[in-house]
Design a binder for this molecule. Sequence first.
Ligand code: SAH
Length: 281
Amino acid sequence: MTDSLPDHSWPTLDPGWVWLCGAGPGDPGLLTLHALNALRQADTVIYDALVEPAILEWAPQAEHIYAGKRGGKPSPKQRDISLRLIDLARAGKRVLRLKGGDPFVFGRGGEEAQTLVQHGIPIRIIPGISAGIGGLAYAGIPVTHRDINQSVTFITGHDQSGETPSSLDWQAIAKGAETLVIYMGMKHIARITTDLIAAGRPLSEPVAVVTTATTDTQQVLETTLAEAPAAIAEAALEPPAIICIGRAVLMRQVLDWQAMLAGHPPRSTDPLGRGCPAESA
Ligand code: SAH
C-alpha cells in the first residue's frame, strides 16, 4: 500500500504494533509522509477530536475509532484509551493512534506510549507539526525571529483538572521568553492576561488568537494583552485556539501570506522598523 509514496524504504506497520502519530494542526497537506505511510497500512485508527475528518479518508480500509476529549473534560478516560490500544494490539491489529499536532506536545502522547511500553506493546513515534508552530505560521507569525526573540515558551492554559495550572510561575514566564505561545488558553484568558500584566508584561503588548488554524475556518484576531479577553468575547471566538503573545504578532503585518494570496497588499513591509534584514545581515 506504499505505491504512491516517493521511493524510500518505508517502515511496515506490523500486526500487534501501535504507532503514535501526529496529524498536524488541520490542513491535511501538513501530514508527514510517515503519517501517510501509517494511514495506508493501519487496520484501526484511533483518533482525537482535533484530527481533520479528511485525513481519515486516507485510511478507507481501516476501522476508525473516535477517542476525543474536549476542554479538559476527562471522557473517555485516558486510562480507557490506553487500555483500548493495548487490547487492539494484543488482538493482532495494526494500530494507528492519531493525535492532533504533535503527539508529544500537550497531547498526552508520552503517557500513552509509556503505558504501551509497560505492557510490552511495540511502538513507533511519528512527530507532527504542532499547532503552536505551524498554526502560527499559517497566520503569518514566526515563533522565532532574529530581531525579536532567542527563545519561546510553550504553555498550557489548562492542567489535568481543567483549571489554570496553579503550578505555573507567571512571574517567571513573564520575565522569560519574549514570545509566549499558549495552548488551551481560551477558558482562562482573563486570568492569564491579568497574571502576565501583574508580572510586568505591557498592557499594549501584541496578542494574536488563531482559531482552527490551517483549516478552511481559520480565524485570526489581533489584539493586546489588556484588551484580549473582551476582544475574544466580542468576536465570539471558540477553541481550539493558539494564543501568541509578543512582538512576533507584529510580523503578521508583512507575513500574512494568506491575505496576500487573497490579493491584499501587506499592511507594512517593515513592522519592526528595522529596515531590510537580509541586507543588514
Ligand atoms: N498535540 C497538539 C496540542 C493538543 S492540546 C499540538 O501539538 O498541536 C489541544 C490544543 O492545541 C487546543 O486547545 C489548541 O490550543 C491547540 N490546537 C490544536 N490544533 C489547533 C488548531 N488547528 N488551531 C488552533 N489551535 C489548535
